[in-house]
Design a protein around this ligand. Structure first.
Ligand code: IMP
Length: 442
């Protein structure tokens, strides 16, 4: 099985967790390369629902090693809670998980700063998940971050916190109403986190190199989505990591050519949580209908997600940025019952037609979507097990998405369960997916 990247094609919450869980048994390793506890990957099987935040979605499969790469921001408190919960539900996490010693750590102070900064920005706030992502990523870039390996060295923690305070952070924190940390107290917390996490910590770059040398197959699991990428997304309304395939190399220490195939996950409509531009957003009752039908509430924060029509211009941009070989279209069943399915095929900006997303974020707010309307369908499709079983109108929507994005549809999800997954022939060469797999999980 060639190495495969699964990447969010929109603003996150596209259903990557399900896709990764579905494909994971065909790989030796499932590796996360960016993001952190801001992610919320939902996996449903055998009537059970799991929400993952740091832990890769391959964790439910025996014989698959899950790797948290150096590119993640790890919140030890939350990670320990996540591991404990999975373990209590019968998932042998300790055997299957390896955490990079080089990953940076989110400390309580980063969470408090995230919250305080958002409060200061008021209506102009990013709408972050308040998990401390921005401040921890900032500390990493400013070179006073704390890494997982440091947790086992109380002196290292003390000196990292002292460096931070000596850089003028204490004044800034006080100004924001956040109490500066006591280096000894943080060192004490770190020691307790380390005693829980140490058995799972490893040099994951070397682990990945050995895996590549040995020809072991790797699934690279993205978090958030392409339009939240720090460089290429709708800045400043983005997260603080590289969510595209480009992030894989730096977030795991592998060469870019380690990725052979890339699949982008796209909802059949679009959602976004937090602030920022959203050209195809649907206001009012129609947006509300999608939100309710699709249960569009955040896995991590419970916030209602903004809903809109499929944006083929932004999707085509994501195909190009990531070099996608195929699209995984999720939540396709949620479109059932609509009279018309709208797809944005271009934008208008100040009366000019645009076929690409604008480079300048300030132009986003003035974009007017140009829609193509396709007839909907009323038949439930959740039990379909092949694309040929879908109503003709539904197949036509998939065909248009593929043509407009310039990329074939490799997978269609028609329900949350693993079995509700259709594989158009010939795109994803992964062999047959059994109709009802027992799941090697708990
Ligand atoms: P942060 O990553 O918490 O700093 O949030 C920055 C932006 O990314 C906000 O708009 C969040 O709502 C969004 N975001 C972060 N993680 C996710 C995710 O997993 N799904 C969807 N949006 C996310």
């Amino acid at each position: 099985m060639p190495n495969l990247a699964i990447i969010g094609g929109q603003w996150g919450d596209e259903g990557k967790g399900k896709v990764v869980d579905l494909l994971a048994p065909r790989f030796d390793i499932v590796a996360r390369f960016q993001g952190g506890p801001n992610a919320g990957h939902t996996v449903v099987f055998d009537g059970q629902t799991f929400a993952l935040h740091h832990v890769p979605s391959g964790i439910f499969h025996d014989g698959v090693l899950s790797v948290i790469g150096n590119g993640l921001l790890v919140d030890p408190e939350r990670l320990i809670r996540e591991i404990d919960e999975l373990t209590s539900r019968g998932v042998p996490v300790a055997e299957r998980l390896r955490i990079s010693l080089a990953a940076h750590v989110i400390l309580p102070l980063h969470r408090e700063l995230d919250e305080a900064i958002e409060a200061r920005w008021g209506t102009g706030a990013i709408g972050t998940t308040k998990r401390g992502i921005g401040p921890a990523a900032g500390a990493k870039a400013q070179r006073f971050g704390v890494r997982v390996a440091d947790l086992g060295r109380p002196d290292g923690i003390r000196s990292a916190i002292s460096r931070l305070l000596a850089s003028g952070f204490d004044g800034w924190m006080r100004e924001l109403g956040v109490a500066p940390p006591d280096p000894d107290e943080v060192a004490g917390q770190a020691a307790s986190w380390w005693s829980s996490l140490a058995p799972m910590c490893a040099g994951t770059t070397a682990l990945m190199h050995d895996a590549l040398d040995d020809g072991r197959s790797i699934l690279f699991e993205g978090a958030q989505g392409t339009l939240l990428d720090l460089e290429q997304g709708t800045y400043p309304f983005v997260t603080s990591s590289n969510t595209t395939t480009a992030g894989i190399a730096v977030g795991l220490g592998v060469p870019p050519r380690a990725v052979s195939t890339s699949i982008g996950v796209f909802k059949a409509y679009v959602t976004r949580v937090g602030g920022g531009p959203f050209p195809t957003e649907i206001e009012g009752a129609e947006g509300e209908r999608l939100r309710e039908a699709g249960s569009e509430y955040g896995t991590t924060t419970g916030r209602p997600r903004r809903c809109g029509w499929f944006d083929a211009v932004a999707a085509r941009h994501a195909v190009r940025l990531n070099g996608l070989d195929g699209l995984a279209v999720t939540k396709f069943d949620i479109l059932t019952g609509l009279d018309l399915v709208r797809i944005c095929v271009a934008y208008e900006l100040d009366g000019r037609r645009l076929d690409r997303v604008p480079e300048a974020a300030r132009d986003y707010d003035r974009l007017v979507p140009v829609y193509e309307d396709l007839p909907g369908w009323s038949e439930p499709i959740g039990d379909a097990r092949s694309v040929h079983e879908l109503p003709a109108a539904a197949r036509r929507v998939l065909d248009r998405i593929a043509v407009l994005c310039g990329c074939p549809v490799a997978l269609v999800s028609v329900g949350p369960d693993r079995r509700a997954s259709l594989f158009p022939e010939g795109v994803l060469k992964i062999g047959a997916i059994p109709d009802a797999r027992p799941g090697s999980a708990p």
